[in-house]
Design a protein around this ligand. Sequence first.
Ligand SMILES: [Zn+2]
Ligand SMILES: [Zn+2]
Length: 443
Amino acid sequence: MNPKELLNTTFDCECGRSHHVPIRKLIYAEDALERLPEVLGSLVEGRCAVVLADPRTRDIAGRHAQEILEQSHWSVRHIVVPPGARLDTGRGGPVCDDTTYDWLNARLPPADIALAVGSGVINDLTKWSAFAHDVPYVVMATAASMNGYTAANVAPTLNGVKTLVRARPPLAVLATPSVIVGAPFELTAAGLGDVMAKPISAADWLLNHVFYGEHFCRYCSEIINGLEPYYLDRPADVKDRKPAAVEALFEALLYSGIAMTIIGTSAPASGGEHLLSHTLDMLSSVDGVPHDLHGRQVGLGTLFASALYDRILRIESPDYSPVPADIDSTFWGSLAPSVRQQYEPKKSMLGTMREKLTDGQTWQSFLAACRRQVRSAEQIKKCLRAAGAAHTFADIGCSRERLLAAVLHMHEIRKRPTIIDLAWVLGILPGAAEEIIDCWLTA
Ligand SMILES: [Zn+2]
Ligand SMILES: [Zn+2]
């Protein structure tokens, strides 16, 4: 089933659940901007819109979108979100945090619909604020940079902690192919890093299914499988910005967001590999050192996690080691209390994991399920390198020491177990961390 056929429908899935796709339209066409009045008009009754952009995306499409709507007798207000006040991302763009959210909420005018023109941050800020004001929203995407367009959640930094906030997905996603293909290349490469996480996220989802009985949906876990050959088997096409590869990448990002929306959690597209990116973002909020784009950091996390899977899937009869009883509060400083809140409930889950390791059946089911999902670190490395995406710590502006500290603490920030926790329970971490960094993340 192509997800496009499921827009605005509810269907019974083979996983035993009924799934709903609340997104009504996905439009990837050169005339996407010109179709805005027709699309928005089909979604809401009124004719009052607010257009949100950052200075860069205002120039690319925001101003034009406003003009086109006004020509069709829409009343349009606009907001240009300035660069982040608290944090400089190193790229001078806005950030999705509580400060910017408050700033935006104070300015959002009454409207029938909000239109986000931009990528990750503008989409998240608009989704978050529109949800708070109970206004539907639509996004005009400007880059294939991450999978959040079609997701229901927002991932802001609140008081320095990377958090997931529940909101509502957009009613429609529109994009102009020439804008997506022509976006700054690092954004496209970041999008590749974000979808490369899928084999690991799917394996970590199965880990939670096998060890803890978490609901697993094969349809959602395989939703982008048909698109993967376009960029995973031909990564140079992404580097060369071949339209077919960029379109497949963009669709894969939209579909993996839809999978998260359907399931209601980030499980289909986020596992242990994402923890590295979240941890680096959190460290930035503590020490002010800039972090890189989400998907670029996720690419490195995926390499690290797949190197762990390479080792773990070779173990025929597992043994376990004691895991740290508490988080490293010196390391987390002011963030320690909120990190501990996540780690505390995980401790009993790690106990369950250890118990289940002694029963050979669970381990064999885990091996059989995950061996079909994961890709080797070697394959991930080749793909990131050939695509011109970030694959070393230097690429993401991080020192070896900072990266090592992040990988050794990243399991502490979320209560849901992942391959990173399993590696600790099996005694592979902390020992293997430096070797994996030297082998896969250095050159
Ligand atoms: Zn992601
Ligand atoms: Zn399902």
